[in-house]
Design a protein around this ligand. Structure first.
Ligand code: NAP
Length: 296
């Protein structure tokens, strides 16, 4: 039997901790003793979730951050608030993600799926990177999906301007999560900060609820889905287990390292995606390891 790891003294930030997999991960990590920060778009909903997480985990150290992460200005404000609140950050769990059958634009004029699922964790991670490095050993865990295996990065049409399909956009964004993780791990070599990505498994959550066209499919699949607590097992494992101490640049499913889409091992493509993402969020890439924030 494997002992439950202690997270006492550790601080964890979970994006999208108000429901689904993020909330279940928050309960799991708070139960292990971590101080947990959750994010959500709506303050009352986030505060209600934080109170429930504190009660379910018997740990009052649950903090709320409010941001719509589809907006880069809000991601930047969120990062400022997190840096002010947390002198150390041991784990960043990039969990927020969504699916849209129809093409939507963000406040920044970017396609919603790419902006929320990929650019938001890319920007937030980079803005928190110095704090994570200063807190090493630290972990950056990004929730991808098995959908990454069907993904293709369309470098000529990243935002689906010419042709949009909800599943292509989602699969692309989840492959981007893996490629981001591998490039991040490469850039973080020698810092003591690890980067891993994962598939949580098909989990019964509010996922895609903003898109009514998915309703029937979700209803049909619901009986075969995991509970959020089971869906949170792999993120909790990667955030806390000594078994994955020092493991970086890997993709996990069911707590096991798995091969990801072949194209995610193309280091030139990963570096290209990194540079394009940095341009889209206004970060200057400073090789070999660090990304500097452009002033202004
Ligand atoms: N469920 C599955 O079967 C499954 C399978 C594979 C991968 N995944 C991945 O798992 C992750 C979590 O999914 P889930 O199923 O737990 O989804 P969920 O139940 O819809 O939860 C999503 C969380 O993200 C937050 N959120 C949504 N849009 C946001 C935005 N614009 N800005 C800030 N926060 C936002 C929500 O908070 P508020 O609504 O309170 O703002 C909520 O806390 C996603 O990355 C998804 O791609 C899920």
């Amino acid at each position: 039997m494997i002992a439950t790891p202690s997270m006492t003294g550790k601080t964890v930030l979970i994006t999208g901790g108000t429901g689904g997999i993020g909330r279940a991960a928050a309960v799991g990590l708070a139960t292990m003793g971590a101080r947990v920060g959750i994010t959500g778009r709506d303050r009352p909903r986030a505060e209600e979730a934080a109170a429930a997480i504190a009660s379910d985990s018997s740990n009052p150290a649950v903090d709320v951050f409010v941001a719509d992460m589809s907006s880069q200005a809000e991601v930047r404000r969120l990062a400022v608030e997190v840096l002010a609140a947390y002198p150390r950050l041991d784990v960043l769990l990039n969990n927020v993600g969504g699916f849209w059958a129809h093409r939507h634009m963000t406040a920044d004029g970017l396609e919603q799926t790419f902006a929320l699922n990929h650019l938001a964790p890319f920007l937030l991670t980079n803005l928190l990177l110095d704090r994570l490095i200063a807190s090493a050993p630290a972990r950056i865990v990004t929730v991808s999906s098995g959908a990454q295996s069907m993904g293709k990065i369309d470098f000529d049409d990243l935002m689906g301007e010419r042709k949009y399909s909800g599943s292509d956009a989602y699969n692309q964004s989840k492959l981007a999560n893996v490629m981001f993780t591998y490039e991040l791990a490469r850039r973080l070599e020698g810092t003591g900060v690890t980067a891993t990505a994962l598939h949580p498994g098909l989990t019964s959550t509010a996922f895609s609820a903003e898109d009514p066209s998915m309703g029937l499919l979700v209803k049909l699949l619901r009986p075969f889905m995991k509970s959020p607590a089971r869906g949170a097992e792999t993120p909790i494992y990667l955030a806390s287990s000594s078994q994955v101490e020092g493991i970086t640049g890997e993709y996990f499913s069911g707590r096991k390292a798995k091969k990801s889409h072949e194209s995610s091992y193309d280091t030139a493509a990963n570096a290209r995606l990194w540079q394009l993402s940095a341009d889209l969020v206004g970060l200057q890439v400073a090789p070999p390891m660090r990304t500097a924030i452009r002033s202004g």
